[in-house]
Ligand binder design. Structure first.
Ligand SMILES: [Zn+2]
Length: 112
Protein backbone atom coordinates (compact mmCIF):
# COMPACT_ATOMS: atom_id res chain seq x y z
CA UNK A 1 0.00 0.00 0.00
CA UNK A 2 1.24 3.42 -1.04
CA UNK A 3 0.10 5.07 2.19
CA UNK A 4 2.03 2.56 4.28
CA UNK A 5 5.41 3.70 2.94
CA UNK A 6 4.40 7.35 3.27
CA UNK A 7 3.60 6.90 6.95
CA UNK A 8 6.76 4.87 7.48
CA UNK A 9 8.80 7.81 6.25
CA UNK A 10 6.86 10.15 8.54
CA UNK A 11 7.65 7.94 11.55
CA UNK A 12 11.31 7.83 10.48
CA UNK A 13 11.34 11.60 10.37
CA UNK A 14 9.90 11.81 13.88
CA UNK A 15 12.55 9.43 15.16
CA UNK A 16 15.26 11.59 13.57
CA UNK A 17 13.75 14.62 15.24
CA UNK A 18 13.80 12.86 18.58
CA UNK A 19 17.56 12.41 18.30
CA UNK A 20 17.92 16.17 17.93
CA UNK A 21 15.56 17.22 20.69
CA UNK A 22 14.43 15.02 23.51
CA UNK A 23 10.75 14.47 23.94
CA UNK A 24 8.79 11.62 25.41
CA UNK A 25 5.57 11.89 23.50
CA UNK A 26 4.22 13.21 20.23
CA UNK A 27 1.00 15.10 20.79
CA UNK A 28 0.05 16.20 17.29
CA UNK A 29 1.34 15.57 13.80
CA UNK A 30 0.12 17.89 11.10
CA UNK A 31 0.54 16.55 7.59
CA UNK A 32 0.18 18.43 4.35
CA UNK A 33 -0.86 15.96 1.69
CA UNK A 34 -0.92 16.81 -1.99
CA UNK A 35 -4.26 16.03 -3.65
CA UNK A 36 -2.53 14.63 -6.72
CA UNK A 37 -0.52 12.11 -4.77
CA UNK A 38 -3.35 9.58 -4.53
CA UNK A 39 -2.95 9.21 -0.78
CA UNK A 40 -6.34 8.74 0.85
CA UNK A 41 -6.76 10.42 4.24
CA UNK A 42 -8.66 7.41 5.59
CA UNK A 43 -5.93 5.03 4.47
CA UNK A 44 -3.29 7.32 5.95
CA UNK A 45 -5.06 7.24 9.32
CA UNK A 46 -5.38 3.49 9.20
CA UNK A 47 -1.68 3.05 8.38
CA UNK A 48 -0.73 5.61 10.98
CA UNK A 49 -2.45 3.68 13.76
CA UNK A 50 -0.90 0.42 12.60
CA UNK A 51 2.64 1.70 12.12
CA UNK A 52 2.93 3.97 15.17
CA UNK A 53 1.83 1.26 17.63
CA UNK A 54 4.73 0.81 20.02
CA UNK A 55 6.65 3.82 18.68
CA UNK A 56 7.18 7.31 20.07
CA UNK A 57 4.29 8.50 17.91
CA UNK A 58 1.73 6.08 19.32
CA UNK A 59 -1.48 7.84 20.32
CA UNK A 60 -0.57 11.07 18.57
CA UNK A 61 -3.31 13.02 16.91
CA UNK A 62 -2.98 13.00 13.15
CA UNK A 63 -4.18 16.13 11.39
CA UNK A 64 -4.34 15.90 7.62
CA UNK A 65 -4.51 18.97 5.45
CA UNK A 66 -5.11 18.34 1.77
CA UNK A 67 -3.15 20.65 -0.51
CA UNK A 68 -4.37 21.38 -4.04
CA UNK A 69 -2.15 20.60 -6.98
CA UNK A 70 -0.45 23.09 -9.26
CA UNK A 71 1.36 23.01 -12.56
CA UNK A 72 3.34 25.22 -14.87
CA UNK A 73 1.85 26.16 -18.22
CA UNK A 74 4.43 27.20 -20.84
CA UNK A 75 1.74 28.78 -23.03
CA UNK A 76 0.32 30.98 -20.28
CA UNK A 77 3.75 31.41 -18.68
CA UNK A 78 2.26 30.97 -15.24
CA UNK A 79 1.38 28.52 -12.50
CA UNK A 80 -2.12 27.11 -12.86
CA UNK A 81 -4.29 25.04 -10.49
CA UNK A 82 -4.48 21.31 -11.18
CA UNK A 83 -7.20 18.94 -10.02
CA UNK A 84 -5.69 15.98 -11.73
CA UNK A 85 -2.17 15.02 -12.64
CA UNK A 86 -2.89 14.87 -16.38
CA UNK A 87 -5.38 17.68 -16.61
CA UNK A 88 -4.76 20.33 -19.30
CA UNK A 89 -4.34 23.99 -18.48
CA UNK A 90 -7.71 25.43 -17.37
CA UNK A 91 -6.98 28.66 -19.27
CA UNK A 92 -5.58 27.60 -22.64
CA UNK A 93 -5.99 23.81 -22.73
CA UNK A 94 -2.36 22.97 -23.39
CA UNK A 95 -0.27 20.49 -21.48
CA UNK A 96 0.84 21.42 -17.98
CA UNK A 97 3.89 20.28 -16.07
CA UNK A 98 2.92 19.33 -12.54
CA UNK A 99 4.93 21.33 -10.02
CA UNK A 100 3.12 20.72 -6.74
CA UNK A 101 0.50 18.54 -5.18
CA UNK A 102 1.80 14.99 -5.14
CA UNK A 103 3.93 15.05 -2.04
CA UNK A 104 3.44 14.60 1.67
CA UNK A 105 5.10 16.81 4.27
CA UNK A 106 5.14 17.03 8.01
CA UNK A 107 4.04 20.62 8.53
CA UNK A 108 4.09 20.63 12.29
CA UNK A 109 5.08 18.37 15.14
CA UNK A 110 3.81 19.06 18.62
CA UNK A 111 5.70 17.18 21.30
CA UNK A 112 5.95 16.93 25.07
ZN1 LIG B 1 -2.21 27.65 -20.21
Amino acid sequence: MHEMSLIESVVGLIEDERRRQTFSRVRTIRLRVGKLGHAEPEALRFCFDAITAGTIAEGAELLIQMVPGAGWCDQCDRTVPLDDRFEPCPFCGSQVRMTAGDDLKVAELEVD
